[in-house]
Design a protein around this ligand. Structure first.
Ligand code: HEC
Length: 284
């Protein structure tokens, strides 16, 4: 054994193991007793190295007592660990998609999960459907004023709906009825040859949805003696009409502060439809 072996320049396994044992033991008593210290080992050449070499020869003759927990690792364990590490590295490199968070974004799950069944379309398309929806709304809202059978209350200046020309007669259109319901009605109006003035029809535009307004209108057009849509195939008024009327009257408040008047309604040509393009006649 020579100095280079002691200072670590050698690859001699026995010397290396020795150094490891010395370091592990780190026994200050033994180190001081044998005169082995970092300085002594580091010191190049000379008597210190000679004594160190002698000491080490002594130490090398006696193998250190094996201590629990410091045995060398069996070769096969090292091989298995190495193999597992290599496999782990390969796995991460292959399956982590560059660690991009969006690859595992939970929001993406909706794209793979079965599509959520949409709610039933709230825009009914047949007269019967609209009537069914409208009847309930009529009885809870309109009947208090216009009567359960649409007869109105002439003594209270509330006109009838049954037989009214504004509902099924020559003054009736989807555009006019939508506006009466959406914004309310105020001022004098002639219904069935009688002049009504003094009471106010309250707006429903902030109370009912478009399809409910269409429903209630289809109900009053096809109840009692009213036969507004006899073929029962294509409703004269749908949610689309009410929605289009709202859009054409854009910005008009539905809180009852701007009710329509008879004069305004008469300005709307009976053939006019809000579904057509162009500005609404009420804006002229
Ligand atoms: C608070 C009482 C009241 C309620 C509730 C009411 N109306 Fe009216 N309605 C009136 C009055 C009053 C008029 C006439 C307004 C005027 O003189 O300008 C009228 C007029 C009308 C007209 C036009 C004139 C006619 O008789 O054809 C229609 C259509 C109408 N209402 C439908 C309805 C419908 C549908 C409802 C339920 C969503 C309803 N009203 C709820 C009081 C009411």
């Amino acid at each position: 054994m020579n100095e280079s072996q002691l200072t670590g320049a050698s690859s001699d396994p026995v010397a290396a193991m020795h150094r490891a044992q010395m370091a592990q033991m780190n026994d200050p008593v033994m180190l001081s007793a044998t005169g082995v210290s970092d300085e002594a080992v580091e010191e190049p050449g000379g008597t210190a190295s000679d004594s160190v070499q002698g000491l080490h020869e002594m130490v090398m003759r006696e193998q250190a007592e094996p201590r629990d927990g410091f045995e060398p690792v069996p070769f096969w364990v090292a091989v298995v660990c190495g193999a597992l590490l290599a496999w782990g590295g390969y796995y991460i490199g292959t399956y982590t998609a560059d660690f991009r968070a969006d690859v595992y974004d939970r929001a993406d799950l909706k794209n793979v999960a079965p599509p959520v069944k949409p709610l039933p379309d709230p825009d009914p398309q047949t007269v019967e459907e609209l009537k069914r929806i409208g009847e309930q709304k009529y009885q809870t809202i309109c009947a208090a004023c216009h009567g359960a059978n649409g007869q109105g209350q002439p003594a209270q200046n509330i006109p009838p709906l049954d037989g009214s020309e504004w509902v099924v007669g020559d003054q009736a259109s989807a555009a006019r009825l939508s506006r009466i319901l959406l914004y309310g009605l105020n001022g004098p109006i002639t219904v069935s040859g009688r002049r009504y003035n003094g009471a106010v029809m309250p707006q429903q535009g902030n109370v009912l949805k478009d399809y409910e307004i269409a429903g209630v209108l289809m109900y009053i057009r096809n109840s009692w003696s009213n036969k507004g849509d006899p073929d029962n195939a294509k409703p004269a008024i749908t949610a689309a009409h009410v929605k289009a009327a709202r859009a054409k009257e854009s910005g008009r408040p539905t809180n009852g502060t701007q009710p329509v008047t008879e004069a305004e309604l008469l300005k709307i040509p009976i053939t006019y439809s809000d579904l057509d393009s162009g500005p609404p006649p009420t804006k002229n």
